[in-house]
Design a protein around this ligand. Sequence first.
Ligand SMILES: [Zn+2]
Length: 328
Amino acid sequence: VTGLRIVVAADVGATKTRVALFNSADVGLVSKAVFSTPQEGGEDAVANAIIKAFRSLVEGLPEHEVVAVGVGTIGPLDIREGRVVNSPNIKLGSFDLRKPLQEYFRAPTYVVNDCVAAVYAEYLSGAGLGKKNVVYLTLSSGIGAGVIVDGHLLLGKDGNAHEVGHIVVSYDSDIRCGCGGLGHWEGMASGNNLWKLIEKLRVRWEGTSELYEISAEGPVPAAKLFEYWKRGDEFASYVIKELARINAAGVASVINVYDPEVISFGGSIILNNPEFLKVIQEFVKDYVINRVPEFTITRFGDDVVVYGAAFIALKPPQELVEIQGRLR
Ligand SMILES: [Zn+2]
């Protein structure tokens, strides 16, 4: 086949899935679609939705050939099978990706954790270009990381070697994470959970403010907290400072464990409130032993995982080829 050689890349999230087509020659984004991740329909539901989106994206394209497929997905992952297993964040729970996609596309298909894909994009074409120790960190509805140490993309025995969102940032907290653990970074500071922190802090706080009044009526969405912070609301400022300290403790733990040269931040909390990263950064020095790396915000924005999935598909690391590289 002559014509356009394309890579199909997907970012499977708990609520949204993105599918993007890339030109394999320059990893340029050709087109993309975003849709709600299926919450039911069985093992192949998500793979079928990706295929459906692909078919609508290629309509009207000139002659083309799919040369590789890459997926970055929510976990936990069974990396040998390329399946998501018992995910607490999606109704489907477990679903297959690699097998049904490879059967349809008849092209090498790789499935990794979403943040693993993202750090690979940073390493090959973003903030980590020319560096060997790179972390991508997302602060969003959840918290996660992808890590490259000494030029090696860390995968782990099941593909879950970077559950940094479940680092304990407060050993005596009674705030319970979605996973069941106490005092977990994600349980206290992610977009979906930070209302629990707000409820704790409002009991301690003495004073009054608009956000304080609103917080009496029920869980405060993350976007509202940041909106009131920017307006100078006193209770919001107090919460943001505590939230920044929790994030600083988590970021410092990542620095202490992986010793990166750069951390690239992404996820809706940081992409929508880049000034919050500065506040986190101020507190990091209180918790680190290792030399503090460069902090930056991903240049890929919301598309970081699909870019990463495209790079994973085109230039799969050797370890991943050994696990998933054979057409079965
Ligand atoms: Zn947890």
